[in-house]
Design a protein. Structure first.
Ligand code: PGA
Length: 247
């Protein structure tokens, strides 16, 4: 079974006004030949203009979240079909900032994954333990149970990825050691194989949390690491390109 093609995805979070489109274009212009798939996930309102700004490039565009229903009376929300209609091909779901800040349970994340599949979006499903959970020796159990609870059976045979993002490593400059990353990624891989069979060896398992040009090579070459989900360092083309080049 061949290794999955690495995915390097930038999560702009709630950052980026019109001038930031030039930064995305600089990524597209600088990406060159790479074995990785590269994606930028800007705020939803920028997606359509980013599609235009990146015309002719191989850089994929994704959303960051969407509602679990396809349409209806949900003031202020965005549906998966709207992201796809604007030009998104992927979507980040279950990010810890959604799980913690908006109390999204595994069940809610799973329903959002189903909505993504209905809209033809490729989900990047995030999991990860808090510092307290890691210190209590619970990291592997938490991550395994998030994978089981957030990934519906309907993902079998579809393109998706899982992102391991320890909550304590996001935006903090802290990262787990390489053996710690490998231990969790191996646990995710074996859970995926349990759930989806041998085909799950082709699912990229991304690492996310304070990935920078300076630590990207070590992280990306760790066992079972199939790419990165990058927050802060994806906002500057030079930094994001430095990570892409480390694949
Ligand atoms: P960070 O964020 O790279 O800024 O730590 C990662 C993420 O939240 O996806």
């Amino acid at each position: 079974m061949t290794s999955p093609r690495p995915l390097i995805a930038g999560n702009w979070k709630m950052n980026g006004l019109s001038p930031a489109l030039a930064e995305a274009r600089a990524v597209a212009d600088g990406v060159g030949v790479t074995t990785a798939r590269v994606a930028i996930c800007p705020p939803a309102i920028l997606i359509h203009r980013m599609v235009q700004a990146l015309a002719g490039s191989t850089v994929l565009i994704g959303g960051q979240d969407h509602h679990w229903d396809d349409a209806g009376a949900f003031t202020g929300d965005t549906s998966a079909a709207m992201l796809a209609d604007a030009g998104a091909q992927l979507v980040i779901l279950g990010h810890s900032e959604r799980r913690a800040g908006y109390r999204e349970s595994d069940d809610v994340v799973g329903r959002k994954v189903l909505a993504a599949l209905r809209a033809g979006l490729e989900p990047i499903v995030c999991v990860g333990e808090t510092l307290e959970q890691r210190q209590a020796g619970e990291a592997l159990n938490i991550v395994r149970s998030q994978v089981r609870g957030s990934l519906p059976d309907a993902l079998a045979g579809t393109a998706f990825s899982v992102a391991y993002e320890p909550v304590w490593a996001i935006g903090t400059g802290l990262t787990p050691t390489t053996p710690e990353i490998e231990e969790v990624h191996q646990a995710i891989r074996s859970t995926l194989i349990d759930m989806f069979g041998e085909a799950a060896r082709a699912v990229p398992i991304l690492y996310g949390g304070s990935v920078k040009p300076g630590n990207a090579a070590e992280i990306l070459h760790a066992s079972e690491v199939g790419g990165a989900l990058v927050g802060g360092a994806s906002l500057k083309a030079e930094d994001f390109l430095g990570i892409i080049r480390a694949v």
